[in-house]
Design a binder for this molecule. Structure first.
Ligand code: TXA
Ligand code: MG
Length: 345
């Protein structure tokens, strides 16, 4: 199958394909999604097949507005309206108990709940409107690989396997939405996956919010089925460098002693300082966790294509957006962290 590249002018074409049960990747503010008609079970099954996604990992249903959710959910927790008014459209996915038999078990992974999100991207909102159906959308990467933040990343992973890709340039945030479960029996919302909408931002508007235990301790089983799988990993091993220029210097010296070819993902000052000592660099420019998060997956994908033996990636403090950034980076690095004076194992 030829994978067509669509832009805003081809929206009706893309919407028709969704209606016909085809797969079309779509842009959002977080990462690109792999779109299919959420009410067409055959199309949804194809999403799993194309991605190589485990079938117990449920999908997010993308909606054009909150009214669309009301068709599938009869009882909303009290905090819902405030959350929707404050954060939609935006990078916040909300999990509700759904009416029985509304979505197939392929969408729900056999759970009684479904995740909904209204993305902050006008083209995708229009796509949902014109397709006249909610659209499932896991990240549009091959399962296990870094999520796609450009249409080209999607094309790289899925060309020939899907009908089209709606191209709206690079995404703004760079990591997937915060997933918030509103179905806990004690009524307190739980963050199952950290994203750009932080715990602090949520608590400012709805009061107490919990964090899924597995995000705090490796031993717990995650409540979001998808969080247990290997994720975001390039083929080249990744090491997180947790420290200043001196720490980078130590890490680079050690790797060079072992004749390792190094790729560096770091801020402009660090990549500049070490550009002659490493083999490849990818910089996110001025040092900020927003800048780093925005191109984290692009950086890992780009460096993965180079002929290097390892990637050194810069750590950020685990506060605010840094929690989401480090969550993705630790998975990519399989928890490998280099600190002052530590050694590679
Ligand atoms: O930003 C995003 O959320 C992107 C864009 C495309 O919208 N989508 C995305 O989808 O990241 P995906 O499928 O890669 O991740 C969905 C996550 C998984 O960890 C999944 O297990 C969890 O949400 N999830 C979905 N439905 C759930 C449910 N009913 N209960 C618990 N976790 C759920
Ligand atoms: Mg994903």
């Amino acid at each position: 199958m030829e994978t067509k590249m669509f832009t805003a002018k081809d929206l009706q074409n893309a919407a028709d394909l969704i209606r016909q049960g085809e797969l079309v990747a779509f842009p959002t503010e977080t990462v690109y999604g792999l779109g299919a008609d959420a009410l067409n079970e055959t199309a949804v099954k194809q999403v799993y097949r194309v991605k190589g996604r485990p079938s117990d990992n449920p999908l997010i249903v993308h909606v054009e507005d909150f009214d669309m959710v009301k068709k599938y959910v009869s009882n909303f927790p009290k905090v819902t309206q405030t959350l929707v008014d404050t954060f939609w459209p935006g990078p916040l996915t909300l999990i509700f108990t759904v009416k029985p038999k509304t979505f197939s078990t392929t969408v729900t992974g056999g759970l009684k709940t479904v995740a909904f999100r209204m993305p902050n991207n006008q083209q995708t909102i229009n796509l949902i409107k014109q397709a006249q159906t909610p659209i499932v959308g896991p990240s549009a990467n091959t399962s296990g690989k870094p999520s796609p933040t450009t249409a080209q990343h999607v094309f790289h992973d899925l060309q020939g396997k899907i009908a089209g890709i709606l191209d709206d340039g690079a995404t703004q945030i760079g990591v997937e939405s915060t997933v918030l479960d509103l179905t806990a029996t004690d009524g307190i919302p739980i963050i199952l996956r950290p994203g750009a909408i932080t715990k602090k931002a949520l608590e400012q508007v709805i009061g107490e919010v919990k964090v899924d235990e597995h995000l705090l301790s490796e031993k717990e089983t995650p409540k979001a089925p998808g969080m247990k799988y290997k994720h975001y990993a390039p083929d080249v091993p990744v090491w997180i460098i947790d420290g200043d220029q001196a720490t980078f210097k130590q890490a680079i010296a050690q790797a060079k002693k072992d004749n390792k070819r190094i790729g560096l993902f770091a801020d402009g000052d660090i990549t500049k300082q070490f550009s002659n000592e490493v083999n490849e660099v990818f910089t996110f420019g001025e040092r900020s966790v927003e800048n780093a998060t925005k191109v984290l997956f692009a950086g890992l994908r780009t460096l993965d294509e180079k002929s290097i033996d390892l990637i050194f990636a810069q750590a950020f403090p685990e506060t605010e957006l840094g929690i989401a950034y480090m969550n993705r980076l630790k998975k990519a690095a399989n928890q490998n962290i280099f600190k002052n004076n530590s050694i590679f194992e």
